[in-house]
Design a binder for this molecule. Structure first.
Ligand code: G6P
Ligand code: MN
Length: 436
């Protein structure tokens, strides 16, 4: 939220956002974040007004844009997602594999209730979904909000920016051919003035070794694949190593973030604590340790300075809002309904693809067909998401088992059954799965 508010503070153009309403289920968190925003606004004459409320309806009424970033079950829930999966020898990552399914099953019913509420109280609002697993959650909400919900992830922008940088291209002028699902996509070309520069990168081991994904996947694998995958594909292509690294880690990512965020909110209970500085330090630590297990497993080393800066989520969100509100046409990689863009998926499937955005919303642009290796993963994972959505809608436990069992990173139906049992034990939020 402070990142988004920071982007709003930097926008002085006509039609800018003038009022921000914060809503949270937790009063301490609401107060803490409002204080951070208050310090950010100091000395900015035209800073958007900030109102904090614990009343969802009040927050929604009259809103032009609704940002949704929720964490059902909290970070304790995320740590439990990891623990149960790792105990059964499979990946428990927040968005990928068993952990992502468990998190999705907990989150979808809450996201759907929210979507229904928005459809009633703010039917003309545009909804920007940040909540993970972002593709699945956006699709669940789109069943109630249609194309008025748009999912944002910063990983495609970050990847495109890194590739442009190593190629010496201006990221603003480069056209990035990125397609797939959220956290499951590939850059297949980067065109500057119509010319694809990616082959030059793939042919140069030194260039490939000079950025995050190049080090994560290794030059040989990238050249063989002929594309640069989203960093989350490390969990697929190097699954054994990733699971082992997670198992050997002192604390999983979820457990680390749980402790870190607890510490932040505890410090913020002191009214004298410097809110913005404390938040900034916490954010910097979170960024520096992002995907540390994967980088360790790959021997990729530390993250680069330029990757630690903000400029991902909030710039995409601001560009999206301006495009919609002011008809300032722009091109962004977003999570939207497929509408025929990827021929292997139906029209309602939410995909992550380049979109043209204007006052009428986000329109996916035509892309080349996916190669078979990508068709395999994308359709398999979409089948998983559909089973999860069915389970969330009907409360069917067998649909939940199917969601786990169909995932490429869950290697046995028996494991899938054990996962469902294990997750039901630790997550009260899954108690709705009470039908056969
Ligand atoms: C990236 C991913 C997001 C994720 C964020 C924070 O931006 O695209 O989906 O929420 O990192 O990851 P973390 O592990 O710090 O929660
Ligand atoms: Mn993401």
């Amino acid at each position: 939220m402070p990142l988004v508010y920071g982007a709003l503070l930097g926008d002085h153009a006509e039609g800018r956002v003038s009022r921000v309403t914060l809503y949270d289920t937790d009063a301490d968190r609401l107060t803490a974040v409002a204080r951070v925003l208050g310090e950010q606004a100091r000395g900015v004459a035209d800073a958007p007004a900030v109102v904090a409320t614990g009343d969802l309806d009040e927050a929604l009424r009259g809103a032009d844009f609704v940002f949704s970033a929720i964490r059902v079950g909290g970070l304790e829930g995320r740590a439990a997602d990891e623990r149960v999966a790792l105990g059964l020898g499979v990946l428990g990552q927040e968005t990928v594999g068993a952990g992502g399914i468990a998190y999705g099953l907990r989150t979808v019913p809450v996201a759907v209730a929210l979507a229904r509420r928005i459809a009633r109280l703010a039917p003309d609002a545009w909804v920007i979904n940040f909540t993970n697993p972002a593709g699945l959650v956006t699709e669940a909400m789109s069943r109630h909000l249609g194309d008025r919900v748009i999912g944002i992830c910063d990983s495609p922008v970050g990847l495109g920016r890194r590739i442009a940088r190593v190629l010496g291209a201006d990221p603003a002028r480069a056209r990035i051919d990125y397609v797939g699902l959220n956290h499951l996509g590939w850059v297949r070309a980067l065109r500057v003035d119509g010319r694809d520069e990616l082959p030059r990168l793939l042919a140069d081991p030194a260039l490939l070794g000079s950025f995050e994904e190049g080090r994560l996947f290794g030059a040989d694998w990238l050249r063989s694949l002929g594309a640069i995958p989203n960093e989350y594909l490390h969990y697929y292509y190097f699954n054994r190593e990733a699971v082992r690294a997670y198992q050997n880690a002192e604390r999983t990512r979820g457990a680390f973030l749980r402790d870190q965020q607890e510490g932040f909110y505890a410090r913020m209970r002191d009214p004298a604590a410097p809110a913005l500085a404390t938040w900034d330090r916490t954010r910097a630590e979170r960024e520096a340790t992002y995907m540390a297990e994967s980088r360790d497993a790959a021997g990729a080393g530390e993250r680069e300075e330029s990757d630690l800066e903000s400029g991902g989520y909030e710039q995409v969100a601001l560009a999206l809002m301006r495009a919609v509100a002011r008809d300032e046409r722009t091109s962004l990689i977003l999570n939207v309904r497929n509408r025929g863009t990827l021929s292997v998926l139906d029209a309602e499937a939410v995909v992550e693809v380049p979109c043209l955005v204007d006052a009428n919303g986000a329109h996916p642009v035509a892309v080349d067909p996916l190669p078979y290796h990508a068709v395999g993963l994308v359709t398999a994972v979409k089948a998983v998401e559909r089973a999860a959505l069915e389970a969330a809608e009907s409360g069917s436990r067998s649909a939940a088992v199917r969601a786990f069992a169909l995932h490429p990173l869950v290697d046995s139906v028996t494991v899938a059954r054990d996962l469902v049992e294990g997750y039901l034990e630790v997550h009260p939020g899954l108690a709705y799965l009470d039908r056969p």
